[in-house]
Design a protein around this ligand. Structure first.
Ligand code: GLY
Length: 344
């Protein structure tokens, strides 16, 4: 998979308009859901002249990140005989950019797509790096391909459409980028937690640096999963309760547990441990996990995509800004981490 450019704020206008008007494009389609159609499309139209385009609207939310929703996209494209030079502009959060990228990559063996993320989470994570796909039953992102957008255009103007809890959710991935790769970025995000916009480009630069070295996650890219082995399992567990967690909240909790395991197994210092835990706890009010849930969560970690030869793996921190991947995660460690979490 090739890597791709990311443009920020108004610097994306010119390449966007130029690509839209180029001979590489026969027809343009904006993929949105009912929310981004109402709140984000008008903003995009104020930023640039989209020329002739059609809207493809799909139902919103993780529960619709399915192959059935891809059928809606493929039917809409087929109905108007969209050819291989068609362009799909994915305007939305991570569900929409993942699904749109996948649908575009399969239609007639691949048409162009551009991601315009509208949530902080999608800006700093999902919309860059070329992971596309849909869920399959309860398995997240089970069906998908690596496929790069023509480019991603991150415009912080869309942040004004988001409630505070969505900003908190996205900021968890920014914290993660700092913890695994750049201690200064961690400091910046923590100090400016209420106003992350000026640090989005740094966060994306970290992700791009990692993805460029390992686009298809053979090794180094795994560090982007810090907090996710336990975080994803916890997210899936809470999905089936009356109090589901936002992705970033689950990852914040996963980062606490995996930071503790880093202290236990990688000699992460007491100083770094306290600093990380205090920062995460300051911004996220995280749920209690009942001991009756422990085994369920352990079972859910067995479905993680990083597992190899049946063994569960996680990412740890040697120090603030330095991550190690492919660490084995045993059930006893998970129980120990839960006991630690309970004691906080
Ligand atoms: N979200 C982690 C990655 O793109 O690899």
């Amino acid at each position: 998979m090739k890597t791709h450019d990311v443009y920020f704020d108004d610097s994306g206008k010119q390449p966007f308009v130029q690509f839209l008007g180029s001979s590489a494009i026969s027809q343009s389609f904006v993929l949105c859901d009912e929310i981004t159609k109402e709140y984000c499309l008008p903003i995009l139209q104020e930023l640039v002249d989209l020329g002739d385009f059609s809207i493809i609207e799909v139902p919103k939310g993780e529960s619709n990140k399915t192959i059935e929703t891809c059928n809606i996209v493929w039917r809409a494209l087929t109905k108007v005989n969209a050819d291989r030079k068609a362009l799909l502009i994915n305007l939305g959060g991570g569900v929409l950019t993942d699904l749109g990228g996948f649908a575009a990559s399969c239609y007639k063996r691949g048409i162009h797509f551009i991601n315009i993320p509208t949530t902080l989470l999608a800006m700093v994570d999902a919309s860059t790096g070329g992971k596309t796909g849909v869920d399959f039953g309860s398995f997240k992102n089970q069906i998908g391909v690596f496929s790069a957008p023509v480019f991603t255009w991150v415009h912080s103007i869309f942040l004004k459409t988001l409630p505070a809890m969505q900003i908190r959710s996205g900021a968890a991935e920014m914290i993660k980028h700092g913890l695994i790769y750049d201690a200064q970025h961690f400091e910046d995000v923590i100090i400016n937690f209420q106003n992350p916009a000026p640090f989005i480009s740094d966060s994306v630069a970290i992700k791009q640096a990692v993805v460029t070295k390992d686009p298809t996650e053979k090794g180094l890219r795994k560090i982007l999963n810090f907090g996710h082995t336990l975080g994803h399992a916890i997210e899936s567990f809470f999905l089936n309760t009356s109090t589901p967690l936002l992705h970033g909240e689950a990852i914040a909790l996963g980062m606490i547990l995996e930071t503790y395991l880093s202290h236990k197994h990688l000699n992460l210092s007491n100083k770094d441990l306290s600093k990380i835990l205090e920062s995460i706890q300051r911004f996220y009010s995280l749920p209690k996990i009942e001991p009756s849930a422990y085994q369920n969560i352990i079972d859910l970690t067995k479905q993680d995509k990083k597992n190899e030869h049946g063994s569960v793996r996680y990412v740890g921190l040697k120090s603030l800004g330095k991550a190690v991947y492919d660490l084995p995660l045993h059930s006893e460690d998970i129980l120990d981490a839960f006991a630690f979490y309970q004691s906080l």
